[in-house]
Design a protein around this ligand. Structure first.
Ligand code: G16
Length: 543
């Protein structure tokens, strides 16, 4: 039997529902798990082609991240650990949506267009989150890979960033680290411990952190990592999968959107807390003040903390490297104003795949979405300069030597492949420790403008199209004009509307001078969306 005959035969075991069309979204395919078996098999096929094309190991992660437990999805990982290149998204849709009888034609079309040599070996790393559907769906990925003659290494239940890390380690022949779970834990925790050596005498309270694991894989893997941290971090873990549902009233997305603490976390006044999302590629921090008020340190605050720290260290080390922060439309206006005074700020469309590429333009690119998804990228030249300085034993100036060592450890604590809640947590903890900052002092760097995010259900979210990094609506006609009119009513206000690429909803963002005005603006924009873009169900009511 030829390879193609085998694909044809096995694809019948993962049949596509006739007529079902799925879009490649912000982070791959994502929908109810029941609709995904054929997608997984076909993404296994595509991963083999991508591996043959790049002559490198490719990753396939089965997860729906922040979505509800009944959803699932798939993220493809390119050779350096980044999201698959956008030019292959089209191929993934071609394969995903081909009816059964033309699947081979679609497959051969990609092979031909990309001039892929089918004699080339293919290696695929597979990971999955803790969803009940993930086991079977990751098996469908394996079936796809093996049908086309690829080799599978199944890492089992891992965080999305861990899988990205493994792919990068494998394709850099170990230069980035060892492609094993132990390799991941060792690399990050050793760098973290090095950072904390510059912050001796911390009290147990200062080392203490409350973590909400969203009842997901991040909780499991953080438990595994604890023993490597040499007691430099004392973690109280909540929502750790023992009871409670994945992402339900907990996790980074819930905390960010609802602007309130997750269920199941016992917070005392002033205690540092953080939440991961369902596949641990996002993190947000928060605390409660003595009046019981909740304070959120989201991705913007994390980017500010890290960006300004890196800039200070570079100045002290005497290194002339440019640090830039990449933001999206969701960035709070106050964060942008603050950052523009101290660093270069660049904009791009929502989705880490876009931010990652934008950040690669700089010596050091810090990118964070407000929802807590982000990391820091160092160019090869920047890494080389920092490493050289950190190893230079002839430096007499102690401040300069320390700064170089801190920069070096910072590089190693960061998972540069992709945003990583565990790595970002260690980075934030390390920076706060080194700078002797409390969570309140970090929060006080600037004050967020009140903001609100809402979700609206419409009959077909594709009716809304956008431009200008998703900050302006193009269709349906009249919607942008309506938003513009509403924004004029409130001081310091801003609002935008965009279709989600991960959930079947429209997202509305609003900010203004007071929470009352923000909520009123958000409500009015929701009504405009509902009326002009085909809202379904009851009219949106104030939150
Ligand atoms: C994914 C993307 C993020 C994006 C988020 C929400 O995150 O990786 O870049 O911000 O979806 O996207 P949207 O607003 O289009 O629904 P995750 O953590 O869910 O994989």
């Amino acid at each position: 039997m030829t390879q193609f005959e085998k694909v044809f035969r096995n694809s019948a075991l993962h049949p596509k529902p006739v007529g079902l069309v799925l879009q490649y979204g912000t982070a791959g395919f994502r929908t109810n798990a029941k609709e995904l078996d054929h997608i997984m098999f076909r993404m296994g096929l595509l991963a083999v082609l991508r591996s043959k094309k790049t002559k490198a190991t490719i990753g396939v992660m089965v997860t729906a991240s922040h979505n509800p437990e009944e959803d699932n999805g798939v993220k493809l990982v390119d050779p350096m650990g980044e999201m698959v290149t956008p030019s292959w998204e089209e191929y993934s849709m071609q394969l995903a949506n081909a009816e059964q009888d033309v699947l081979l034609t679609a497959l051969k079309d990609v092979i031909e267009k990309e001039a892929i040599s089918m004699d080339q070996d293919a290696n695929i790393f597979i990971g999955k989150d803790t969803r009940p559907s993930s086991e079977k769906l990751s098996q469908a990925v394996s079936d796809g890979v093996m049908s086309l003659g690829g080799h599978v290494h199944d890492y089992g239940v891992v965080t999305t960033p861990q899988l990205h890390f493994m792919v990068r380690c494998q394709n850099t022949q170990g230069c980035y680290g060892s492609p094993t779970m132990e390799g991941y834990y060792r690399k990050l925790s050793q760098a973290f411990v090095q950072l904390t050596k510059h912050a001796p005498n911390r009290t147990d309270d200062q080392k203490h952190l409350l973590v909400d694991g969203a009842n997901g894989v991040g909780a499991l893997r953080l438990r595994d990592m604890e023993r490597f941290l040499q007691n430099q971090l004392q973690i109280s873990l909540f929502n750790d999968c023992r009871e409670g549902k994945l992402n339900f009233q907990c996790g980074a997305d819930y905390v960010k959107v609802q602007q309130k603490p997750p269920q199941g976390v016992e917070m005392s006044v002033g205690e540092r807390c953080c939440s991961f999302d369902g596949d641990a590629d996002r993190i947000v921090y928060y605390y409660k003040d003595s009046d019981g008020c909740f304070h959120l340190q989201d991705g913007d605050k994390i980017a500010t903390l890290i960006g300004t720290f890196l800039k200070d260290m570079l100045t002290q080390a005497g290194l002339d490297l440019q640090v830039a922060v990449v933001q999206t439309a969701y960035a709070n206006g106050s964060s942008t104003r603050y950052l523009e005074d101290v660093l270069k700020v660049s904009w791009c469309t929502t989705g880490v795949k876009h931010l990652h590429h934008a950040a690669q333009e700089f010596d050091i690119g810090v990118y964070f979405e407000a929802n807590g998804h982000g990391t820091v990228l160092f160019s090869n030249a920047a890494v080389h300069k920092i490493e050289k300085l950190a190893q230079d034993s002839s430096i007499k100036n102690e401040k300069k030597r320390t700064a170089a060592q801190l920069l070096h450890s910072t590089i190693n604590v960061i998972n540069q492949a992709v945003g990583d809640a565990i790595s970002d947590m260690l980075l934030v903890e390390g920076v706060l420790a080194v700078q002797g900052l409390s969570v309140q002092q970090w929060d006080a760097i600037y004050s967020d403008l009140p903001n609100r995010q809402r979700k609206i259900k419409v009959a077909d979210r594709r009716v809304i199209t956008t431009t200008d990094a998703e900050r302006r609506v193009v269709t349906p006609p009249g919607l942008q004009e309506a938003v513009d009119m509403l924004v004029k009513k409130y001081p310091q206000s801003r609002a935008f509307v965009r279709p989600s690429g991960t959930e079947d909803i429209i997202r509305v963002y609003a900010e203004a001078d007071t929470q009352e005005n923000t909520d009123a603006l958000a409500q009015e924009v929701c009504l405009a969306v509902y009326r002009l873009a085909g809202g379904v169900g009851e009219e949106p009511k104030p939150d």
